[in-house]
Design a binder for this molecule. Structure first.
Ligand SMILES: [Zn+2]
Length: 345
């Protein structure tokens, strides 16, 4: 993913500052930018939703098992399109999701390195209510790093493992609410250099496919997790996500006492949620784009398992599961999906 605005917004109390240094596409955010921030960023134009109390049991992640999934995926090694690791990851997902309603969506990404075989996986857990909530993560590692040992412990493996652990919580239960679909997306990373046509291959493919077959209109929310294993967990508020859905994620975090890990920083992210935002789907990118000092572990061989913590998986997983409950409890208040394509601001 990349920062797609030449800015990063730092929240200091209710004041939003804009910076003009070092914030260009793909560059990292200033470190410790928000150490004095005490309040979450607020979008004053977004109406505050009065949320209803969720009903029914809360689901909680098994963080140790999630961490084991992350380790398994890191052990596979690099997972760039065309690699052996890509095939091994596919086999791993098939094994872990073998008792679920699993769709494989093979396609060719048209990349600067030619046509590359890619494959999304979608595990579907049916609910009682008409509508779908999509939770997503990317499963690939960057093609440009294919000759290194880069195995993306945080960038790729952490959120893939998280989705597998969420599947464990959904499996075998009668879901009183919307269906939950878990989308494991291939080809998020740029093959050469981040650009609209060299990134998000899997999500662009899936968003187009769901536009064609009518699935898009049934999606109530699309929640993406990315880089959420960092032991120093610092989830940013994404300017390119849907404000009310970001508010709902923060409400879930507050309810669980995890708000100190959320939204002290604010930035505009370009990631796998972007194609769905363009389709008019409410989206939220749950991402910590501040990995190591000045994001220095990002896309380097420093992105290793020792930088991760099961607690970060617990926090992110539980907040996402609580967001599902809030979405179900407040279904009647959800804003209608946007009419026609919506370009992120
Ligand atoms: Zn990446």
């Amino acid at each position: 993913m990349a920062l797609n605005h030449r800015r990063i917004c730092l929240c200091v109390a209710a004041l939003t500052l804009f910076c003009t240094w070092g914030c260009e596409r793909g560059k990292s955010a200033p470190a410790n930018a928000s150490s004095s921030a005490a309040q979450p960023a607020q979008n004053s134009s977004a109406p505050q939703m009065q949320v209803s109390e969720p009903k029914g049991p809360a689901l909680r992640l098994n963080a140790e098992r999630a961490m084991q999934y992350v380790k398994d995926i890191v052990t596979i090694g690099p997972r760039w399109p065309g690699s052996k690791g890509q095939e091994k990851t596919a086999a791993y997902l098939r094994a872990k999701l073998k008792n679920d309603s699993l769709i494989e969506d093979a396609f060719e990404g048209d990349t600067p390195a030619g046509k590359l075989a890619m494959r999304n996986f979608i595990a579907r857990f049916p609910g009682t209510k008409d509508g779908i909530i999509v939770l997503a993560a990317h499963i690939d590692t960057p093609y440009p790093l294919r000759n290194t040992s880069f195995a993306g412990a945080n960038d790729g493996a952490s959120s893939t493992g998280l989705l597998l652990a969420i599947a464990d919580q959904l499996r075998g239960k009668k879901l009183e609410g919307y269906s939950v679909w878990l989308a494991f997306l291939d080809g998020e990373e740029a093959v050469q250099q981040w650009a609209a046509n060299d990134s998000d291959y899997g999500s662009r493919h899936l968003a187009a496919k769901w536009q064609q077959d009518g699935t898009t209109g049934k999606i109530k929310a699309f929640i993406l997790a990315d880089m959420i294993g960092d032991a120093d967990l610092d989830i940013l508020r994404d300017d390119n996500s849907t404000p009310w859905l970001e508010d709902m994620v923060f409400e879930a975090a507050k309810r669980l006492g995890y708000q100190s890990h959320f939204f002290a920083r604010e930035a505009g992210m370009d990631d796998d949620h972007t194609p769905f935002a363009r389709s008019g789907v409410p989206v939220a990118d749950v991402i910590d784009f501040n990995y190591g000092y000045n994001n220095s572990y990002w896309h380097t061989t420093q992105d290793t398992i020792d930088k991760l913590s099961p607690r970060s998986l617990q926090i992110t997983g539980d907040v996402i599961l609580e967001t599902l409950r809030l979405l179900n409890a407040n279904a009647d208040k959800l804003p209608a999906p946007a009419q026609g394509p919506r370009v992120p601001s």
